[in-house]
Design a binder for this molecule. Structure first.
Ligand code: SF4
Length: 209
């Protein structure tokens, strides 16, 4: 790992969420994904052109000390594996955990025999792998989008959690900022989201009257 770290192309982050993995977590969405799964929830994150370039050390400064860990989402984290491995190592040095989502399978990633990919795998405590398949939507397990996606406890930290997933409810978080901007994280079918946001819009317009 190099001491002069390349930047991560960041789309968005949330300092505290309980909808993107175990406990309260800092969530980081990276910009760019070449997989382009049909039905993807985040197609605006496919392009490599957007987002902000941020050094791993600067990202670490934004992670609250009291959260359980960091969740890396996308976009595709393993298409920026080098700088994210640096960031993940810094997070784990502080005793916090790293959860990473990927549209690749773990076997695919290991088969590429890339130092950067292996480094991010090595710095991940809990991996969720596999592309989103819109005809296999998963409403039973938390955090995942489709039934093909698998949880891998890559270290001891979440080994028992992987056996207890059925008892963990899924969550959707909706944030309304003072200027009326609405942002959503967590996973829900598009039709459900549309209903929730339409209802929220009606409530906001009633409040403004
Ligand atoms: S891997 Fe994730 S971000 Fe990329 S297209 Fe598939 S669902 Fe979307």
């Amino acid at each position: 790992m190099s001491s002069t770290s390349s930047p991560v192309r960041v789309a968005r982050s949330i300092p505290r969420t309980t909808a993107e993995g175990p406990g309260t977590r800092f969530a980081l969405w990276v910009q760019g994904c070449t997989l382009q799964c049909p039905g993807c929830f985040n197609p605006h994150l496919w392009t490599q052109r957007g987002g902000d370039l941020v050094a791993p050390e600067t990202l670490l400064d934004a992670v609250p000390a009291d959260v359980e860990g960091v969740t890396l989402l996308g976009g595709e984290p393993f298409e920026q594996a080098g700088p994210l491995a640096v960031f993940a190592a810094l997070v784990r040095q502080r005793g916090q955990s790293v959860m990473t989502f990927t549209g690749f399978t773990l076997d695919d990633l290991r088969g590429k025999e890339s130092g950067d990919l292996d480094a991010l795998i090595a710095q991940t405590d809990l991996l969720v792998d596999g592309p989103f398949l819109k005809d296999r939507v998963d409403r039973a397990r938390p955090w995942v989008g489709s039934r093909n996606q698998r949880f891998h406890a890559l270290g001891p930290r979440y080994r028992t959690l992987v056996d207890e997933l059925d008892g963990i409810g899924d969550r959707l978080e909706i944030r309304v900022s003072a200027d009326g901007t609405v942002s959503v994280n967590g996973w829900a079918p598009t039709a459900t989201l549309d209903l929730i946001l339409a209802d929220l819009g009606r409530r906001q317009s009633r409040t403004r009257r």
